[in-house]
Design a protein around this ligand. Structure first.
Ligand SMILES: [Zn+2]
Length: 538
């Protein structure tokens, strides 16, 4: 069928005489890719760049007449990030982890990242005000505060990382289960997750709470993940998701230590298949040299101790923590290869592709440029078997993959790389090619009617590496793997109101003066600070 574009939108018809035509016969056409979780901007990402000169000089992007130069394999510079996404047919990327205090820097880098529409999620799970409201059972007041915060930081969704654990980390401690007490606040991770889930519903935010679980990266943590999903079960109504578990691979570990480490993917998938209130993304491991970075300070410190690598641990005043450790995933490591298997097991055992999305938690489990390789594993058992033959014997013996025959079709790939993600994000004008959608279109050079992806997975992988055409907002921006028109995207943020007008108390301003290096008035990012502000009013 024909897809008709006018003024950056997909429309019913235009006058034919004037229209430029792209002949996509024999090719596969999809909406522009949408990435729900990819660390591309902000203080943490930039510190990762500073920490790793070796990551720069092994991957250099030369300038062209149209594009700027850049560097970086696992943490590419801003322009290179935009170009590489556009070449793969992605047009929207969500930056999932922003300390509120560092919102300004994050937006500066997002503005500097071309080719993509984007948004960013402020870290609110260990924010002092939130912890106090939840301790006092003041859900409505908390909702007011979160609405203010989304506006103040120009944020899109509530991000929760190791809830309570990051506050505990300020005292060199952590929490070990969702029922542990957070020091000094008299709340538990369960209270934080449930409380913010209620806040999310009160504000009617476009996305659900976005959760990096407690105990992430620790053997046996699949139990915590099950408890995390269970703890908001009763808050779900009308079959709608109320929680997103991000990079679930890192939270699906079985075993009591690294020697007995095994996959917990089956237990997670069984739960997800029986419950409709959860969405997840993969956090798929690829065998490569990459850079791990999360707000989960205690986890990153553990990873530093495990690897002995150079590292950064940082506390963002009273708000959150963070850490960065370079990391190489090796085929012959039983643990790494099992992690590789877990991500794919999750994607293949969870039946509904609308609820599990393709990510690598870029750059944590591998750079986003590895997506085409992951697509090949999803569509082809043969591709999985081939990798399987080269991994650690112990990992191979324990892997569930040999028992899984499922192979994704192209429709399922479209779902896990754009349609499902757009739906989970509440971006109604993304992820599809219906009338009214943004004219973001990817044309891949593979004939979906003739090619059996399970057999010709190499051709599929090649096709997803470089589009024949990437159309962004109605303009051809990439063609045959080359950027032909640099464009800058919009920044979505949520302009929510719960009770208006929200009264900022003198007490709140006083506390900003006392506890933060930035005063209340300077804390807020004015809308004029964003190059292309796209508020979503609720
Ligand atoms: Zn992440």
């Amino acid at each position: 069928m024909d897809i008709i574009i006018s003024n950056g939108k997909i429309v019913k018809k235009v006058s034919e005489r004037k229209a430029a035509v792209i002949d996509a016969s024999g090719m596969m056409v999809m909406p522009g890719g949408v990435d729900i979780h990819s660390h591309i901007a902000g203080a943490e990402v930039n510190t990762g760049r500073l920490l790793r000169p070796e990551d720069h000089f092994k991957d250099v992007e030369a300038k062209t007449a149209l594009t700027r130069s850049g560097v970086g394999y696992s943490i590419p510079s801003t322009f290179t990030t935009g170009y590489r996404y556009a070449r793969m047919g992605y047009t929207t990327t969500m930056n999932p982890s922003m300390p509120p205090l560092e919102a300004r820097h994050t937006h500066e880098e997002l503005d500097d990242t071309p080719m993509l529409d984007k948004a960013t999620y402020p870290l609110l799970g260990d924010w002092w005000f939130v912890l106090e409201y939840l301790r006092d059972g003041e859900i409505k007041e908390c909702a007011d505060h979160v609405a203010w915060m989304l506006k103040a930081t120009k944020g899109y969704a509530i991000k929760i990382v190791n809830p309570g654990g990051l506050e505990a980390w300020g005292f060199g401690r952590n929490v070990k289960s969702i029922n542990d007490q957070v020091p000094n606040f008299g709340v538990t991770p369960r209270d934080i997750i449930r409380g913010l889930c209620k806040v999310n519903k009160l504000l009617n935010l476009p996305h659900t709470i976005h959760v990096h679980t407690n105990n992430l990266g620790i053997p046996g943590n699949y139990v915590t993940t099950l408890e995390t999903m269970e703890c908001v079960e009763d808050l779900a109504t009308d079959n709608k998701p109320v929680i997103h578990i991000t990079h679930c691979q890192f939270s699906a570990f079985k075993g009591s230590d690294w020697r007995t480490f095994k996959s917990g993917a089956e237990e997670i998938a069984n739960y997800v298949n029986k419950h409709s209130h959860v969405t997840l993304d993969m956090g798929q491991v690829v065998f490569t040299d990459t850079t791990t970075m999360t707000a989960d300070g205690p986890f990153q410190f553990g990873l530093y101790q495990l690897t002995g690598n150079k590292w950064v641990n940082h506390d963002v005043e009273t708000e959150t923590s963070s850490g960065i450790v370079p990391f190489r995933y090796k085929r012959k490591s039983a643990v790494h290869a099992t992690q590789w298997s877990i991500g794919l097991e999750l994607a293949l055992l969870i039946k509904d592709p609308w609820r599990i999305y393709l990510t690598t938690d870029h750059p944590n489990a591998g750079p986003f440029t590895a997506y085409p390789r992951i697509i090949a594993w999803l569509v082809s058992r043969k591709a999985r078997d081939k990798t399987m033959r080269r991994i650690s014997r112990r990992a191979r013996r324990n892997s569930l993959l040999p028992s899984i025959d499922r192979e994704y079709g192209f429709n399922e790939i479209a779902t896990v790389t754009r349609a499902g993600q757009a739906k989970a994000l509440g971006l109604a004008w993304k992820g599809h090619l219906g009338v009214g959608a943004d004219a973001d279109v990817s044309v891949y050079n593979v004939n979906s009617e003739q090619v059996d992806p399970a057999k010709r997975y190499k051709a599929v992988r090649r096709a997803f590496q470089n589009t024949a055409y990437t159309v962004k907002g109605g303009e051809v921006v990439a063609k045959d793997g080359k950027i032909v028109k640099p464009v800058s995207g919009k920044t979505f943020w949520v302009n929510a109101n719960f009770s208006s007008p929200f009264e900022v108390t003198e007490d709140m301003k006083r506390r900003f003066r006392e506890y933060w290096t930035v005063e209340y008035d300077n804390y807020q990012i004015p809308e004029s600070f964003l190059h292309a502000s796209a508020p979503i009013s609720l």
